[in-house]
Design a binder for this molecule. Structure first.
Ligand code: COA
Length: 372
């Protein structure tokens, strides 16, 4: 949905969204899509290219969980046909969970370099209707394969860490949308950038000038500009518009059109950078992960020789361009569609063009199908 459609409903000047938030559109998943179908669609591409040998762990990071007990990773293991000799679990810490999964995966691979770990970050960002957060909704899934000899980038040491108990965004079990104090969350995010950077420096991290790129978690792309301004000021660099544009614009191309995808957002920013930058072989990229509540981590990735052969630029662009534009009215119809919460049986209408879909709810269970 183009945010001009939302502006038509809210009466906001559309540039509040296009310029003020740095968002042009938001992904609205179809009724027969959820984090499982999105995750399976992302993961099957990586397994198709790299094979399944040695994958004995799936770590699924999300804050859009479909079950309080069973992990979404189990459904993905089944849908994409991974071995039964797999551990499949779900991780949660707001938008930070994907980074936690990545670091835990690195630990598993360090202990046994024969193993590879499938890390998935998938979320659907949904806020209350007519709330300020509604303009920052979206959804996406990113799959990553963590291995001893990575084909894309090396996960560097050290990390800078920061945790603070902040009530900026949370979702009690009885709610389908989060409680959010937007302004508090922006302030908490900026504080986390500064503190995580200081911890990173204290642990002997790279010098600021060594980075060829800066990827930030992007709840809306303007947030990356606010965060980078804070970091530049901390390092005594003037945050001119030209400097900010040079450092960040290539990281925001996809998220501007997708909207927030919580755990996936930082990794969508990385894809956007890799798909639009010059050759970054051997040139470290700073990664800042933030999850409300709040946990943050600053670390770096260094693209390896040959990484450009692994990029899926055309596929990523096609996935974004292939979405069907919808009006505000159609968006509301999708929002109004709800799965039963009383055990009723439901056949879910077939809408998505994804290879996987949610076909039914039966016996209190979600039933998935692979159409292709
Ligand atoms: N043209 C250009 N810019 C405009 C504008 C216009 N016509 N009208 C407003 N703006 C700018 C504002 O100046 C502001 O920019 P600034 O923050 O750089 O000053 C921006 O647009 C947003 O306007 P604001 O009034 O602050 O928006 P809001 O109060 O309606 O909500 C959020 C903004 C981010 C708080 C809200 O979307 C939200 O709660 N999001 C969910 C939580 C979240 O994403 N948190 C981020 C950290 S995790």
């Amino acid at each position: 949905m183009d945010l001009a459609e939302l502006a038509r409903h809210t009466g906001a000047e559309v540039n509040k969204y296009y310029v003020g938030l740095g968002q042009t559109a938001q992904t609205v998943p179809a009724p027969d899509e959820d984090i499982v179908t999105m995750a399976a669609a992302a993961a099957r591409q990586i397994v198709a290219r790299h094979g399944a040998d040695g994958i004995r762990t799936i770590l699924f990071a999300t804050e859009s969980g479909i079950d309080q007990s069973k992990s979404a990773a189990v459904y993905v293991q089944d849908l994409i046909g991974l071995s039964a000799a797999t551990r499949a679990v779900e991780l949660k810490q707001a938008c930070y969970g994907g980074t936690a999964a990545l670091q835990l995966a690195a630990g598993i691979v360090a202990r046994d370099p024969q193993q590879r770990v499938l890390v998935i970050a998938a979320d659907i960002a949904k806020y209350d209707l007519d709330s300020a957060g509604e303009a920052t909704q979206g959804g996406a899934a990113v799959a990553m394969l963590v291995a001893a000899n990575p084909a894309l980038a090396v996960l560097d040491e050290p990390s800078g860490l920061y945790t603070a108990n902040v009530q900026d965004f949370w979702r009690p079990n009885y709610r389908s949308t989060p409680m959010v104090d937007g302004k508090l969350s922006i302030g908490a995010y900026l504080e986390a950038v500064e503190q995580a950077w200081k911890d990173y420096e204290g642990r002997g991290g790279r010098g600021f000038a060594e980075f060829a790129g800066f990827c930030y978690h992007q709840p809306f792309t303007k947030m990356a500009y606010k965060a980078h301004t804070r970091l530049l000021e901390l390092k005594g660099v003037e945050p001119t518009a030209a400097r900010l544009y040079a450092d960040l614009s290539r990281t925001a191309v996809y998220n501007r059109m997708i909207g927030n995808s919580y755990t996936a957002s930082l990794y969508v920013a990385l894809l956007s950078l890799l798909d639009h930058a010059e050759d970054l072989t051997g040139r470290p990229v700073a990664m800042f992960s933030y999850g409300s509540g709040a946990v943050a981590e600053l670390f770096s990735l260094t693209p390896v020789p040959g990484y450009r052969d692994q990029l899926r630029t055309a596929g990523n662009r096609a996935a974004i361009a292939g979405r069907e534009p919808i009006s505000y009215e159609n968006y509301r119809a999708v929002r109004d569609f709800a799965l039963p919460d009383d055990g009723a049986e439901l056949t879910v209408p077939a809408v998505t063009a994804s290879p996987y879909r949610l076909t039914a709810v039966s016996g209190h269970s979600r039933i998935y199908g692979a159409d292709r």
